[in-house]
Design a protein around this ligand. Structure first.
Ligand code: GDP
Ligand code: IMO
Ligand code: MG
Length: 427
């Protein structure tokens, strides 16, 4: 059985949760490998409608082991809440395991995320304010505290004392904020540790064992390629890698083991937070897409900025990840539009370019070059066979295949698990 990475190919919210929920039914393991509760993965299936922030979208498949890998930063309060909510809906979470190497989001991380954003004033990054950047900063600075550390309370107290001393100096001296109490944070995190202890494991070993048993392993991406700190629109990015290669590091799996990389694209573009989108629609078509598709952030509720499909960015994303196949979601959202545009190049200083510039200041100067296609103007959400899609919709998909040089394996025509057209066998 293969290892398949399901990767956000744009700026996040492409519908990864829906795709993973669908594929997970055959999986032995589903592992999240990056980000934290900045992610919001919507799953609508026979169990109900869920917005998952930390728990993998495979949790609804009863025999699947769900792993929160070492590459994820975990806010234990959010995780425990999510576990409780799922349990209340009758979803079993005893198959959920957390890497002992995953770093914790501490109260000072969330505080500092907000304070840093405010200090940037007009240049705020538009983070989710969940403490993600500060937690990954501490990981790199070797100041982080990991889930496994909660299992040794004495050692944890010393780690926390050291970190909190330093963080309280920053909170009080730089930001004029109140310090955090060592006793309170310690007591609270010890409680979290007691509740989470049963879930904390060396999860990379669990992944290896599943592979040895020949089971399907799904690496569930969070965020999107263009939010990658190296290849995204830096500094308007997140702080861990959403790329397929990030899946190896964040789940503890060798690159030689990954056999399929599925890039999830929306049929158009959206972005929540600051930073450029070359094809952004600041007109009534953008508003129409936002309202029709209810494009508001799953995690923060912020309106998502909408734009036409960007073929230049898509080609870049395909190359940097090495997609072996593509899933196109939300094709049904385009049902009402008489004409559709796809960006096939950028105009930069009177020249045509076909690459995605590395610098935001260059990207901001790029004018999209569009190709126009006819819309299908008929509802497609009930269609399950590719051949039954209107010819204009098939043309649209064919153009995306040409632009990405990748087969479109799966087309999503609605938010529910079943509203899917499987074209080729992804696995
Ligand atoms: P993720 O972060 O990549 O998992 O995506 P989100 O869940 O944040 O955002 C995707 C949104 O699109 C959610 O509201 C989904 O329920 C919805 N969705 C997913 N696929 C489709 C689709 O094919 N059509 C429609 N109309 N909605 C979809
Ligand atoms: P999913 O997994 C969309 C964006 C934020 C912000 C930037 C940095 O649901 O696709 P951060 O809090 O990570 O420091 O914010 O990244 N962002 C996302 N946008 N979907 C996500 O996750 C995102 N996770 C982070 O809006 O622009
Ligand atoms: Mg999301």
């Amino acid at each position: 059985m293969p290892v398949i990475a399901v990767i956000g190919a744009q700026w996040g919210d492409e519908g990864k949760g829906k795709v993973v929920d669908l594929l997970a039914q055959k999986a032995g393991v589903v592992a999240r490998f990056s980000g934290g509760d900045n992610a919001g993965h919507t799953v609508i299936n026979p169990h109900g409608e869920f917005r998952l922030h930390l728990i993998p979208s495979g949790i609804f498949s009863p025999r699947t082991v769900c792993i929160i890998g070492n590459g994820v930063v975990i806010n234990p309060a959010v995780l425990l809440d999510e576990i409780d909510q799922l349990n209340q809906c009758g979803v079993n979470t005893s198959n959920l395991f957390i890497s002992d190497r995953a770093h914790l989001i501490m109260p000072y991380h969330t505080l500092l995320d907000g304070l840093e954003e405010e200090s940037r004033a007009g240049k705020a990054l538009g983070t989710t304010r969940k403490g993600i950047g500060p937690a990954f900063t501490d990981k790199a600075a070797r100041l982080g505290i990991r889930t496994g550390d909660l299992l040794d309370k004495e050692a944890f107290l010393e780690q926390l004392r050291f970190a909190l001393d330093y963080k309280n100096t920053i909170l009080t001296k730089i930001y004029g904020a109140s310090p955090l109490s060592l006793d309170e944070v310690y007591a609270q995190y010890c409680q979290y540790g007691e509740r989470l202890a049963a879930h904390i494991r060396e999860t990379d070993i669990m992944v290896e064992e599943a592979l040895n048993r020949g089971e399907l392993v799904i690496l569930e991406g969070a965020q999107g390629t263009l939010l990658d700190p190296d290849f995204g629109t830096y500094p308007y990015t997140t702080s861990s890698s959403p790329l397929a290669s990030g899946g190896c590091l964040g789940a503890g799996i060798s690159p030689t083991k990954i056999s399929r990389i599925l890039g999830v694209f929306k049929a158009y573009c959206t972005r929540v937070g600051s930073g450029p989108i070359p094809t952004e629609l600041k007109d009534e078509t953008g508003d129409l897409i936002r309202e029709r598709a209810h494009e508001y952030g799953t995690t923060t509720g912020r309106p998502r900025r909408c734009g036409w499909f960007d073929g230049v960015a898509a080609r870049f994303s395909t190359r940097i990840n090495g997609f072996t196949g593509v899933a196109v979601t939300r094709l049904d959202v385009l049902d009402i539009l008489p004409r559709l545009k796809i960006c096939v190049g950028y105009k930069l200083n009177e020249k045509t370019i076909d690459y995605f510039p590395s610098r935001v200041s260059t990207l901001e100067k790029c004018q999209p070059i569009y190709e126009e296609l006819e819309g299908w103007q008929t509802p497609i959400s009930d269609i399950r066979q590719y051949e039954q899609l209107p010819p204009q919709a098939r043309q649209y998909i064919a153009r995306l295949e040409e632009l990405t040089s990748c087969p479109v394996n799966l087309i999503s025509v609605g938010a529910e698990r079943g509203q899917t057209i499987m074209r080729h066998d992804i696995l």
